[in-house]
Ligand binder design. Structure first.
Ligand code: HEC
Ligand code: HEC
Length: 204
């Protein structure tokens, strides 16, 4: 009980810290420099693909993600809240200006048309799951994301499944708890279908 209260307090403190950081980030966002970001991104595209369009099933596409989402995630990796054996070390030494410049660059890159083709039987089933579970309320009707909420359309299928399993098991950090809650209702079969459905979605 005490432990979970402490954990809750620490999550609330983290959320407050993130909000004040983000306020700072957006005061500075006007100065975010996508051209500087393009240079800084040279190290990133080795894994995330040219222009942030990943061809690796375990690595997310960054192209056309909302700018605020990219800044938030880089901040979480840098602060050690979100952890990944490959990604964490690349975020550790980034300055606030780097976060803003990299986010400005990747969010402005065109998303390549999805290479993934959804199995016909999962098109209607996937849409139904995203409507019944309000995914479309937060991630936007077209699932293109908004503000600090990621684009899901055209993301790598295996990456999407791994994140959903991570939220469900509370092993992926979640800034405000919303996504951990949203994942609880999903069965393993739902997660399989969602990976296939979301990954094949292109621009509306
Ligand atoms: C060695 C490979 C590698 C390099 C280099 C790398 N990343 Fe990553 N990145 C990953 C992996 C793998 C993930 C997914 C981590 C996970 O599963 O939680 C990731 C996740 C991310 C995410 C979260 C995206 C999302 O949809 O949640 C962002 C943002 C990101 N990386 C930005 C960057 C930036 C900016 C750089 C360069 C400074 C960079 N990465 C360099 C492998 C890499
Ligand atoms: C109440 C709002 C809300 C709802 C409902 C919601 N999400 Fe999310 N989702 C978020 C937020 C916020 C994040 C970013 C969480 C973070 O990293 O702090 C997120 C992150 C994700 C990610 C990680 C993607 C990435 O690139 O890292 C996936 C996958 C995802 N959501 C899928 C879904 C699916 C599928 C549903 C419906 C079953 C859903 N979400 C419902 C708010 C929501």
């Amino acid at each position: 009980m005490t432990g979970s209260l402490a954990a809750q307090r620490s999550a609330v403190a983290m959320f407050a810290a993130a909000l004040s950081f983000l306020t700072l980030a957006f005061t500075q966002a006007a100065f975010a420099d996508a051209e500087a970001g393009r240079h800084k991104a040279q190290v990133c595209v080795a894994c995330h693909g040219p222009g942030g369009n990943s061809a690796n099933p375990a690595v997310p596409t960054l192209a056309a993600q909302p700018q605020q989402f990219i800044v938030t995630q880089l901040f979480m990796f840098r602060e050690g809240k979100r952890k990944d054996a490959q990604m964490s070390s690349f975020a550790a030494s980034l300055s606030n200006a780097d976060l803003n410049d990299l986010a400005a660059y990747f969010s402005a890159q065109p998303h390549a048309p999805p290479a993934h083709v959804t199995a016909p039987e999962n098109v209607a089933a996937g849409r139904r799951i995203t409507e019944q579970n309000n995914c479309v309320a937060c991630h936007a009707r077209t699932l293109m994301g908004q503000q600090h909420i990621p684009r899901l359309a055209g993301q790598q299928a295996e990456y999407l499944r791994a994140q959903l399993r991570g939220f469900k098991a509370s092993t992926r950090f979640d800034m405000d708890g919303n996504m951990t809650s949203a994942a609880q209702a999903l069965s393993d079969a739902d997660i399989e279908i969602l990976g296939d459905y979301l990954s094949g979605l292109g621009a509306p």
